[in-house]
Design a protein around this ligand. Sequence first.
Ligand code: HAM
Length: 422
Amino acid sequence: MSFKVPRGTQDILPEQTPKWQKVESILRDLSRVYRYREIRTPMFEQTELFQRGVGDTTDIVQKEMYTFEDRGGRSLTLRPEGTASAVRSYVEHKMFGSPDQPVKLSYIGPMFRYERQQAGRYRQFVQYGVEAIGSADPAIDAEVISLAMDVYQSVGLKDLKLHLNSLGDKETRDAHRTALINHFKPSIGEFCSDCQNRLEKNPLRILDCKVDHEHPLMQSAPKLTDYLTEQSSVYFDKVKSYLDVLGIDYEVDPNLVRGLDYYNHTAFEIMSTASGFGAITTLCGGGRYNGLVEGIGGPDVPGIGFALSIERLLLALEAEGIELEVEDALDIYVVAMGEEAKKKSVELLSSFRAKGISADMDYIDRKMKAQMKSADRLGAKFVIVIGETELENGSVKIKNMHTGNEENLQFEELVNYLLENK
Ligand code: HAM
């Protein structure tokens, strides 16, 4: 019997983790700069939170959740996204009572969706997301979008396009909903059974259907933007004007509806336009969710946020041929010949590591040549070889593997030398 990772998941191997860590550190740094403080919520929540938060008629809730019953008979679900959890925590911990509003949160962690596996679509993926809860100022919409754009610019991506739309307020969506029902109803028999179910419950979701997206009625469907109320329109214009102040280019895309139910007003997605990128080009998605906090038991407080997956960010880097500069080198490798030399190596390694100098040695009794090769493979910057002569003299030749330069040093001098030269 041979075991494999579950379908749609992947191991991130030691050769790949430096890249992940680099991206994560850029994300943490941007969160700090924009002051979105990190929140860590559980990997699973009560199932009902997502049913109510993400929406009963969405693909996520209907088809993609990993739901299980625990031994106490409670229905729990591995989180498919982070917004519902962040908002749940905001309500549970009464963050709305804090004098500092909006509450600005960020998170990085695995999310789980039972989706069809394809390039850029996994069943476990790592999302970075932010949520600004407690402000209905269009300037914060622009801040959130600008943070998302900054993420991609910080890693060097260029082939990006920001799609922007307004989903309006309740009045907008009610009018649009009626128009959608009238549009699809006469031909609903030509659509999949999910769409048929959605017609009365939530016709907007039909536009998001992965099965019938090429049906001619999709293109001619009434556009939300044509139903924007005066107030929604003014709000949208303000968001756009702040984006202009920030010099952020966007394309208004009336077909952008997003796949989760909690959105209203601003909705946006950032796409990769790189030629090598696969079929799924969305790197990041987000929007405003006034009403969600109240919907899951809190006060009537507005919010906005976005999420992106690190997997897709890395795919975009690959498509644009960008190599992140990562730190994965070893400062020093100690080659030891004989039992006494090995004792000295163990002692030296400990003194190096105590000063933050990364150091390694052989633990499988290899010959000198094999140890040297190992030092090379590990990318060691310096190598020392300890044998009988070195032990007698109390000194050793330290070789800079990049320049070939060699120096003779007392054992006691090594730490300082490395601290100055590594
Ligand atoms: P979402 O559009 O469902 O929104 O996901 C956001 C991002 O997560 C996508 O743009 C993509 O980068 C990534 N993603 C989603 N599914 C997968 C997958 N199966 N494999 C790899 N990456 C994936 C949300 O999750 C909202 N919570 C975003 C948000 C936050 N809205 C407001 N605040």
